[in-house]
Design a binder for this molecule. Structure first.
Ligand SMILES: O=C(O)CCC(=O)C(=O)O
Length: 287
């Protein structure tokens, strides 16, 4: 059904863009995704918002304005999400930026902030949440609406992937059922970056649908709530694993959350094994 949609990038990724990603831990790739995919994904997001999945979370407390909706592993139940992570230009972006010969898909994460949503995405580093070791690990964040600091675009601490530190995960929303799990990791708490923003060099870009952000799993990042009264902020992060990524069986990662465990089949990978199987499918080279 989605086979007729373009699998090619709208333009080539440049060596300068890859160098900026490597130096800074995050970068924007403007105008790379065909609008056909944006339209398909807008429709798909509406399906999910009206029929939330078993791993989904409402981060906005009941009775508060707006809605901050989070969901994971959606590709397993919605064919458009599956097509987007496999057949769109997204895996090619990951392979090119990381210079990876093969990719397995880790998971997708939908993060929708409707107008007037106060809840931010707290400062965090992705790798703290993940049972993964390696360097060829990338997130690609695609907005389906224009996004800026008012509506909650993702912003980054420049070069923070090179600090060589793994900080304790931050919980998204107060009642998300993850805090006890994350405490098991025994990692050092993250400094209060938001209260001391001037001490950091922050990277931030205004975005249009068709642009994507690429970030390294150690890069510190944050997104404000959506302060716009009218503009939605629908974003989807796809996480890809390259040649050197292996399973890390350390305790305290998000896969231990009951909602997530109930949504995916049991994970049978052993420490040090590469990711594989139906849950973490090979997506590059393309079939
Ligand atoms: O969309 C957001 O608000 C945050 C995204 C994020 O933290 C991520 O993609 O890792």
């Amino acid at each position: 059904m989605y086979m007729s949609l373009p699998d090619k990038l709208c333009r080539a990724i440049t060596a300068e863009e890859i160098a900026a990603y490597e130096a800074n831990g995050a970068h924007i790739l403007r105008g790379v995704l065909p609008m056909e995919w944006i339209e398909v994904m807008r429709e798909a997001v509406e399906r999910i918002l009206t029929n939330p999945g078993s791993a989904s979370l409402e981060y906005t407390p009941k009775g508060k304005p707006g809605r901050y909706y989070g969901d994971f592993f959606i590709w397993r139940r919605d064919p458009a999400f599956e097509a987007f992570m496999k057949q769109s230009p997204m895996p090619e972006i990951a392979a090119q930026v990381m210079d990876a010969t093969c990719l397995n898909f880790f998971y997708d994460q939908l993060l929708v902030k409707e107008p007037n949503t106060a809840e931010p995405t707290p400062w965090h580093q992705d790798l703290s949440y993940w049972p993964v070791r390696g360097n060829q690990i990338i997130s690609i964040w695609a907005p389906f609406d224009p996004a800026d600091e008012e509506s909650g675009v993702v912003v980054y601490v420049k070069g923070s992937h090179k600090l060589g530190k793994l900080y304790a995960p931050s919980t998204f929303g107060d009642k998300s059922g993850f805090a006890d799990i994350y405490a098991k990791g025994g990692l050092e708490p993250l400094p209060d970056i938001e209260a001391h923003r001037d001490d950091y060099e922050i990277l931030s870009w205004e975005m249009a649908p068709g642009d994507v952000l690429i970030h390294h799993p150690l890069t510190l990042h944050y997104a404000s709530g959506n302060r716009s009264a009218t503009g939605r902020r629908r974003g989807l992060a796809l996480r890809y694993l390259g040649d050197d990524a292996t399973f890390d069986s350390r305790p305290g990662t998000f896969l231990e959350n009951k909602k997530v465990m109930d949504t995916v089949p049991p994970i049978t990978l052993k420490d040090g094994e590469p990711f594989s199987g139906d849950l973490f499918p090979r997506v590059w080279p393309r079939e």
